[in-house]
Ligand binder design. Structure first.
Ligand code: CAA
Length: 270
């Protein structure tokens, strides 16, 4: 499929989606949101892609939020509900993608931009990155999951301070409060993200999906229920082709070659 507002590449089992509206600092307009959603559907169906990386075009911005020109002058409450629901649908699709997703934040990640990054599995940021949920300064609140994912990620009081003040924080502050895993010079951000993506891409798809689901689902339940989810995910992994390959390769002192597909039938070992 051809896209106008994103670049979509696949190389060495790694897909890179680049938000590509640099004149508007890659703000999320409706066209970009629906193209991003369609690209996520393509990725979901493509068994070759093992890791997704998200970044922004240019050297100034990852995503500067929802496109304010589409918000200005008055969405009705019903239109606003549709707008936020579409944003949530796309962020949920991103979070629930069966492969790991890394946000390579190369500048402003504001409003919807921080919300996209928070729906990824983890964030690497360039030294010049800035994070924030400035919606309050526009007389609104975050609408693509920010009130929920930020509070879960950095704790409720830190999240409230960011949301109530609308202030931007630097990459190093974001790192200190646990929003960002690693900070890098702008010139080496993509190289490092691709290196980490490569390490992940060499692992089995089935176990990556199981690990991602176990962590994500476990965050929203009590420990005992989370541990039961882990037992389910572990048993499904053990019954798959990749577990046989990984354990056999260890005993045969060779590198494993994981070929398990996400739709493979569960073997009799379950
Ligand atoms: N929507 C639409 N256009 C945007 C935009 C946005 N979110 N952010 C920046 N732009 C546009 C600017 O209007 C400007 O366009 P023109 O050149 O045509 O005037 C261009 O991008 C460059 O921006 P600036 O000149 O403002 O660049 P700067 O370096 O002076 O400032 C900035 C950069 C601090 C990021 C500033 O642009 C800014 O504050 N942007 C808005 C950030 C924001 O409020 N985001 C939240 C949006 S609401 C939201 O996201 C709701 C939700 O939860 C889904």
């Amino acid at each position: 499929m051809k896209y106008n507002t994103i670049l979509f590449q696949i190389e060495n089992n790694i897909s890179i989606i680049t938000f590509n509206r640099p004149k508007a600092l890659n703000a999320l307009n409706s066209e970009l949101l629906s193209e991003f959603s369609a690209a996520l559907d393509e990725i979901q169906k493509n068994q070759e892609i093992r890791v997704l990386i998200l970044t922004g075009a240019g050297d100034k911005s990852f995503v500067a939020g929802a496109d304010i020109t589409e918000l200005a002058c008055c969405l009705s409450s019903i239109q606003a509900r549709h707008f936020a629901s579409l944003g949530h649908l796309v962020m949920n699709k991103l979070q629930e993608l069966p492969i790991p997703v890394i946000a390579a934040v190369n500048g402003f990640a504001l409003g919807g931009g921080s919300e996209v990054a928070l729906a990824c599995d983890f964030i690497y940021a360039s030294e010049n990155a800035k994070f924030g949920l400035p919606e309050i300064t526009l007389g609104i609140i975050p609408g693509f999951g920010g009130t929920q994912r930020l509070a879960r990620q950095i704790g409720k009081n830190m999240a409230k301070e960011m949301i109530f003040t609308g202030k931007m924080i630097s990459a190093s502050e974001a790192h200190q409060i646990g929003m960002v895993n690693k900070i890098l010079p702008p010139a080496s951000l993509m190289e490092e993200v691709i290196k980490t993506a490569g390490m992940i891409a060499s692992k089995g798809r089935v176990s990556l999906r199981a690990a991602k689901q176990a962590v994500n689902s476990g965050m929203d339940v009590d420990l005992a229920t989370g541990c039961k989810l882990e037992i389910d995910a572990f048993s499904i992994c053990m019954a798959g082709e990749d577990a046989r390959e990984g354990t056999t390769a260890f005993l045969e002192k060779r590198k494993p070659e994981f070929k398990g597909q996400l739709n493979e039938p569960i073997s009799k070992r379950l």
